[in-house]
Design a protein. Structure first.
Ligand code: ZN
Length: 88
């Protein structure tokens, strides 16, 4: 077994194992946080294994004690006014 295999999401035969050009499987999603004091922080996660924003958010809330990762640390949801997806 060598070479490529089809995208696990859409079956696209041209999937090269990174980001599927057809459905976007494996892409990195950028997330922006706006804190209650108005500071803007950024993070990102991969959509590999059908990981969605909702799933990522729920995992942080249920398994990480409400802490969200960003460049340089983690911040609690209590300090956040908004979380939004900014890129895909
Ligand atoms: Zn695909």
């Amino acid at each position: 077994m060598s070479g490529t295999k089809p995208c696990p999401m859409c079956g696209n035969e041209n999937w090269d194992g990174s980001i599927c050009p057809n459905c976007g499987y494996g892409r990195t999603v950028s997330v922006k946080y706006v804190t209650k004091s108005g500071e803007v922080l950024y993070s990102e996660f991969s959509t590999k294994n059908s990981y969605t924003f909702e799933h990522w958010f729920t995992d942080r809330m249920q398994h990480e004690g409400g802490f969200f990762p960003y460049e340089g640390g983690r911040i609690n949801c209590d300090a956040l006014a908004r979380i939004e997806v900014v890129g895909r």
